[in-house]
Design a protein around this ligand. Structure first.
Ligand code: TXA
Ligand code: MG
Length: 329
């Protein structure tokens, strides 16, 4: 059995020691649970890709306890500094040029000349990062392509034995991943993945953001943007106006069409932050409901709703290699 512990100081010290010895440790962040590995250790990073069955071309986010710890390997321009001052610690990841001689494993960056960095806003994550005192890569602690974990028990269900230790910090407050912003080119800033920091919040600091070109949408620079991702086992149907008796329903606000086998209202009061917090738990529960498929009512694409709609679109995308059973691939 994988060891799950309350994040008391002793457990955090043990987790830090495990990470320093090249093992994998799952820990809570404010967005989702991450699966941590020492970003400077090739063997640890390789083990992380194996545990997640993640394609090697999909780079990882380097997590740090403070921005200063990234200065030696990532190059922050004036835009990056303004975003850091406003949003770190918090659900924002910056893709920045990587400095020559960077100690980050080339496996972690998939050989790119950029590096993604983030300082998470969760006391357990920060305590762990301080105790390790090394950069830590931490993708969401799920099998590649599957629904991200927002509770310790989800990590155990996803990864089991591959993890040396899971720190249980309770449910994640935000519930969708960090916003990934590409600042690697001085001429434009763009959102590679919508997330916990909204487009409006970013544009208030940076001005209007570039839209990805068609070529980029087809050959995405953030592989998290690939079509099928964040997928439950069951097929997902979006923008449902009505629901079949063998479907599980994800409702929102007062929009709760009758007749489903099973219903989960993401936020009865119509609060998009509550909906984001509940999204992945709801998809997991729907998988267990005995339904044939999952129907989801329209969700407003504003604020954090942009991230919710992005994840739902990927959950509903065709799954060419896996039919409707992504597990184990
Ligand atoms: O909220 C989060 O960001 C969570 C928690 C655990 O911190 N982590 C997370 O990591 O979502 P992951 O590995 O599931 O997603 C990382 C995303 C992917 O879409 C990846 O392609 C992108 O960041 N990414 C990483 N490095 C990149 C780079 N150098 N250039 C472009 N995209 C990059
Ligand atoms: Mg992920």
């Amino acid at each position: 059995m994988v060891e799950v512990r309350r994040p008391d100081p002793e457990a955090i010290a043990r987790a830090a020691a495990l990470l320093r010895s090249g093992r994998l440790v799952a820990f809570p962040t404010e967005t989702v649970y991450g699966l941590g590995a020492d970003a400077t250790n090739d063997a640890a990073v390789a083990a992380l890709f194996r545990a997640k069955r993640r394609p090697a071309h999909n780079p990882l986010i380097v997590h740090l306890a403070e921005a200063a710890a990234a200065e030696s390997f990532a190059s922050f321009d004036e835009r990056a500094r303004r975003l850091v001052a406003r949003f770190w610690p918090g659900p924002l990841t910056l893709v920045l040029p990587q400095r020559p001689g960077s100690p980050i494993s080339r496996l972690a960056t998939a050989g790119l000349d950029t590096v993604a960095v983030r300082v998470p806003a969760h006391p357990v994550a920060l305590a762990l990062l301080r105790a390790v005192a090394r950069p830590i890569v931490a993708p969401s602690a799920n099998r590649s392509g599957r629904v991200s974990p927002t509770r310790a028990q989800d990590v155990v269900a996803e990864l089991g034995e591959a993890v040396a230790l899971v720190l249980d910090g309770g449910p994640c407050a935000i519930g969708v991943e960090s916003t990934v912003v590409d600042l690697s080119r001085p001429e434009d800033a763009r959102i590679l993945r919508p997330g916990g920091v909204t487009r409006d919040e970013l544009e208030a600091i940076l001005g209007p953001l570039a839209e990805p070109s068609r070529a980029e949408a087809e050959a995405p620079r953030a592989p998290g943007m690939l079509a099928s991702h964040y997928a439950p086992r069951l097929p997902v149907r979006l923008d449902a106006r009505s629901v079949a008796p063998d479907e599980a329903l994800l409702a929102f606000g007062t929009n709760e069409p009758p007749g489903a086998l099973w219903t989960f209202n993401l936020s009865p009061s119509g609060d998009l932050f509550e909906a984001a917090r509940n999204l992945y738990r709801a998809l997991r529960a729907a998988d267990e409901s005995g339904a044939r498929a999952i129907a989801v009512v329209p969700i407003p694409k504003e604020g954090i709703g942009e991230a919710i709609c992005d994840r739902l679109a990927r959950a509903a995308a065709p799954r060419p290699d896996r039919s409707s059973a992504p597990e184990g691939v």
